[in-house]
Design a binder for this molecule. Structure first.
Ligand code: PAF
Length: 294
């Protein structure tokens, strides 16, 4: 089966409706392109679980702030299509900007409360843009299940809550972060890093591992562990730390007596590149991550 590249929204909708009416399950993998092994692992998980696999490639302007990297965000369509063919995706939707945002558009999704801390503080408006484009894609591409990477942990929580609260008939699957063999989480923005910055970027994974071992040891307060993460990040190569927090996995607020489980989340600047990562902290020290060996 060839990869069907569709830019027209009506044609994309018709193809998915046709598959669904024939009783086939459709897995959706929304992306902004510049695909890497993390995206491909989402396609592979969709391939295993669903009859049809659809991806989207659209660099969504509304989720970038005025001083962010929208214009220089990597656009690598030919390479992306090769990777999608290799992963046996059935269709990729590559809409034009005016199809997703007709001129004069002024309707946006107000994202749930979980969007407010962390990324919400440092990238105001970001999750409004994410929630809006994801809901639009879910309407245009009525798949059975959509796949997102845990690397964007807060994004996953925002999308899951939005889908629940707006009664969107889509199941959300969160898939483990794919890492390079030295622990760096795969990200389209890694290609901005020079060789020395690539080395410095390991500070995120080091800080998360320190958080995991201190948390598992059970002798340190959350504040002490956060301080250790911050010190590790700054001493091992980050120029600036936006946040290094341990929070409730559901609310993304400081843990309370109702908290069942926590997650450590980090955002730092390495050179001019902003990187994020996270780890679900386990009391017994188990770590959930996929190491990718190139
Ligand atoms: O995670 C991403 O690549 C984007 O935020 C998404 C979900 C495709 C929306 O533009």
């Amino acid at each position: 089966m060839n990869l069907n590249v569709i830019s027209n929204p009506q044609a994309a909708y018709a193809q998915i409706a046709h598959w669904r009416q024939a009783g086939q399950t459709v897995g959706l993998v929304p992306t902004m392109g510049a695909l890497h092994a993390g995206h491909i692992s989402l396609v592979e998980q969709a391939r295993q679980a669903c009859d049809r696999v659809v991806t989207t490639i659209f660099v969504n302007p509304t989720q970038f702030g005025p001083n962010e990297d929208f214009s220089k965000y990597p656009r690598t369509l030919e390479g992306d299509l090769e990777l999608l063919r290799g992963a046996k995706a059935d269709m990729v939707f590559t809409p034009a900007n005016d199809d997703m945002y007709p001129p004069g558009s002024s309707t946006y999704v107000l994202p749930p409360k979980v969007s407010l801390p962390l990324e919400g503080e440092f990238r105001p408006g970001h999750f409004q843009g994410v929630a809006t484009i994801v809901l639009k894609l879910f309407h245009l591409l009525p798949a059975s299940v959509a796949y997102f990477g845990q690397k964007d942990y807060q994004q996953c929580q925002v999308i899951k809550q939005m889908v629940d609260e707006l009664n969107v008939p889509m199941r959300i699957e969160i898939c483990p972060t794919v890492r390079e063999s030295d622990g760096l989480a795969m990200s389209s923005r890694n290609r901005y890093l020079s060789a020395p910055q690539r080395q410095s970027a390991l500070c995120l994974w080091k800080a998360l591992q320190i958080a995991q071992s201190l948390y598992a040891a059970g002798r340190h307060s959350i504040g002490e562990i956060e301080q250790q993460m911050r010190e590790t990040l700054l001493s091992q190569g980050a120029q600036r730390v936006d946040y290094a927090r341990i929070v409730d996995r559901e609310t993304l607020l400081a843990p309370s007596e109702d908290t069942d489980a926590v997650v450590a989340l980090i955002a730092v600047h390495v050179g001019t590149t902003r990187l994020i990562d996270n780890l679900l902290l386990e009391p017994l020290g188990a770590q959930y991550s996929v190491l990718h060996t190139p």
